[in-house]
Design a protein. Sequence first.
Length: 545
Amino acid sequence: MQIRPAATLALVRDSDRGPEILLLQRSHDAVFLPGFYVYPGGAVDDADHTLEPHIAGPSDADISRLMNLPEGGYSYIAAAIRECFEEAGLLLAATDDGGWPDLAETELLQWREGLTSGERSLAELCRAHNLRLPLHQVAYLDHWITPPGPPRRFDTRFFIAEAPAGMQVRHDGAEIIDHIWLTPTQALADHAEGRRLFGTPTLHTLRLLQGFASVAAIMAHVRQNPPEPFPYEPWPALKDGRQITLKPGEPAYAEARLLDPQGQGGSAAVIAPGQPVTLAPGVVRLTAPNPGVMTGPGTNCYLLGSGDDLTLIDPGPAIDSHIARLLEHSGGRIKRILVTHTHRDHSPAAAPLKAATGAELLGFAVPDDGFQDTSFTPDRLLLDNEMLETGAGPLQVLHTPGHASNHACFLLPSLQMLFAGDHIMQGSTVVINPPDGDMKAYLHSLHRLSLLDLRWIAPAHGFVMGLPLAMIDYLITHRMAREFRVVEALKALGPADIPTLTSQAYSDTPKALHGLAARSLLAHLLKLEQENHARCEDNRWRWVP
Ligand SMILES: [Zn+2]
């Protein structure tokens, strides 16, 4: 798929509450990010490449160098300014002598209509009123390339400028259905509490812009700290003995960069069960031979430490060859075994390994919902936030209910690596199956993980993942986007039963998966019930305003 160049413009203004940013809500029918709050912006189009005669300030060569492009950097800013005018009615332009354009409101609206319909162009407007695009007022804020998956992909440059004074925001009412000025702190609180949807890059920029006293302070900071060139280089790796090239977004990409920072091509692009992989000194992954739809390449078991001081995270299933492999690799000297939770692909090997090594078993209390490995009996219960001294350094225990009520993640601060169990999986949606699975708790736990200082996520299924905050933001947003659909279905159809609501709220999901989807739907409904926004009578759910 072609990755389209795109640009957005974050407009900021001073207020009593500190600098505020303009956010526009995309329509619920949009193909890309429906219902999300975004900055004005869109794809760079052909006409944007004809605006060079109308720019003021730095030259295209200077802008392109800053943006790490051979040429044409100005066209991105021009596209952002044009989209901002079309979507929000704000025109960032100045007359030849640097003043604001003296255009009557009605005339401005006519130009905007003309631009939106494609009958007129921004170049014509510039010529007609001697206007220039003041590129010196715009700073380069961020650069994102959207990952594979959604129907469209964009290579987006983010810019920031002070909002033009004395102009009213008028969103177009079609593509854009709402606009709001928020401080970055307010917007991030809305995200944390699920009140508004934001894309991962928007959240990233909101965090960058937090905590400034004024627009001037923001602009000075952004000018001094332009984004790093995006790490979009393909990385070499090995697959079936052959050299291949991994692209960003492919499952093995981040791990290849962790294990092979020089890019010599020695890391494996497949997970081979039974084959130990050293992720860092004293951190080894051994994957169990239980691949499947729910387990991906198999359950990852992590051995921390060396010699006589070995800690095993998630022993995995009780498969003889797997247990033999763990004993062989550890020399039979496992001191303690931690479990992230007690689903049957995670903990059954604990009892036989304890019998063979005398290891101490630690975990949170095993619930009784018919889906647990009841052979697991902890010698001691873990405590939330406790620090365990392992052979690889201190390890922090984090109780993260959601996927399972007894779920734990483990943080190795020396590597900023999170052993995430099934709370964060690679490439598939985590199952939240009530009553032991709890959506509200799951999102709360994700939010808690988003506050940690992380560099890597080592999941129970899949490769090590990079960009942890982007991953966590995406998971929260993905769930909240679904919850918005559940709410819409409830409002439109309620009181309604689960199958009726599922077919509406999951109309984008293949019918074959609706059984599973119904469990997720129930998890969302129970969350809404806890928040007093849904009620169930006679197996029929309705919306509570
Ligand atoms: Zn699980």
